[in-house]
Design a protein around this ligand. Sequence first.
Ligand code: ATP
Ligand code: MG
Length: 602
Amino acid sequence: MRLSQMLLVTLRDDPADAEIPSHKLLIRAGYIRRIGAGIYAYLPLMWRVLQKVSQIVREEMNATGAQECLLPQLQPADLWKESGRWDTYTKAEGIMFAFTDRREQQVALGPTHEEVITYVARDMIRSYRQLPLHLYQLQSKFRDEIRPRFGLMRGREFIMKDGYSFHADSESLKKTYDDMYVAYSNMLRRCGLKFRAVEADSGAIGGSGSTEFMVLAEAGEDEVLYTEDGKYAANVEKAVSLPVDAETSPFTSYEKRETPGTETIEKLCKFLKCSPTSVVKNVLYEVIYDNGTTVLVLINIRGDQEVNEVKLQNELTRLASQYGAQTILALTVPNAESQSNWTAKSLPLGYIAPDLSDEYIDAKKQVNPKFLRLVDKTAVDLKNFVTGANESGYHVLGANWGEQFKLPENVVDIRKARPGDRAVHDPKQTIQNARGIEAGHIFQLGTKYSQAMGATYTNEQGEEKPLVMGCYGVGVSRLAQAAVEQSYDKDGIIWPVAIAPYHAIVTVPNVNDTKQVEAAEKLYGELNKAGIETLLDDRNERAGVKFKDADLLGIPYRIVTGKALANGKVEVVKRASKKACELAIEEVVDTLKQWVEEELKG
Ligand code: ATP
Ligand code: MG
């Protein structure tokens, strides 16, 4: 491709609305343009990158025996009602673009395709002989994200590879899941990325085990916790660890004490000169279930610990059936306004005790009359602890479960693991943290969707069984931008060769010099013929402008037909190292071929 004929508009300055380096660079280098919130045009250079990533993804998927297909983006609401996810996706998370068509039918734009594929499987899979089966597709997904940001990282329309596998049993699923683990690791490695596979929460998709593939970068939205020995890595949403030991409480006898102005743990511990590990903190949450019931949740947790809201949400989802509900519509810390909807009298905020009376709840039709009391494991073994006295300005000291307070029946793990904790698998290992960009996520779904939608097969014994399912997603467009986030310098992008839009760029410093133009044209033709994807910068621009643009675009190799021509040579510069050398013109094609092949081998 000749730059003179290309839609190439580079910007000298950072765009105002871009926050992270990869987003700024992709806009400045003319790879993408913003069309609306979370909506981008992939311009020709970006499209080549996306196609290269897609090709690597395809090769790795095909190598496992998965087959490519294409499912509709327009999805009837009925399928989502069958699976029970219509309300979650349109109301609770509200992430699905849903509307009513001219036939008065509800439809949605696909954020994911479990429902559609399960419908296909129900229709077409009859027997164990058809199993296992794995179908995948590459396509634009639509999600009405609350905070679309960082360019392609969190778009409202983005490209995903999603695959779904069907099995007769969980052993067969496990095998495909393991194959996907390898395939995903291969994809990321081949794309030139540094990554970590981590245990993950399964979220609204449901099911049992899942692994996320995190591209390591400071700008990542996710926090990864891991140990140096390489034996443990998990998303903080899912991570477990051993908290530091609690200090022995200095308060050996029970008393109520005036503690004015101590509504935070920090102030309280300063006032009482005690460790936060001697305190039982009592935290209120408000959950609204899908049947409209509001339940007030009172959590007891050790004073130095925080609630992990993902774990809490999972716990509350498990308890939903107790309230005649299936899923959660909202989970919040009640603010003054929402408190006014259910409190019978004003709460002793900052001084709440584990035995806060249910009389604080003004029981109405939609509000459960009793607190749901949960105690985190970290609070269970505390002795002689400090906690609120249910009276503003007062705490109790030297309290014990089974004496002054009844230990709640629901003992749960809802604490947030954090760096500095000890690892469960080996307490000598300390938990470390890093930031990551989630590029892929693989799930063992089990029978959640097949059961809900009645997708069954007949086994060898002639019995009808629900299909066992797995699902596997890679964010193709997110991954492409993550590569930039991991690899750039002050002058621009440094693409890994495997996903660079072009391998090389031939730069003609002076287009009025016929010798330079002739040499460049010849190399340009030969390189492309040899399979080195090459650009020709034949624009009538100053050499400095051309060099700057080549660096900004991030093309791995630059060939300059300048002064060295007098000796039958050209200058060749590697983008990553900025190292320059002179090569005899007739050696250029072979040398570059070798360099590119070397890089593609990974
Ligand atoms: P996140 O936690 O970042 O919202 P997710 O858990 O919703 O991701 P999945 O539903 O597992 O993501 O989708 C599979 C992959 O699609 C993700 O691993 C990610 O790479 C990509 N992806 C998800 N949401 C977006 C988005 N809004 N923009 C770009 N890529 C996305
Ligand atoms: Mg999401």
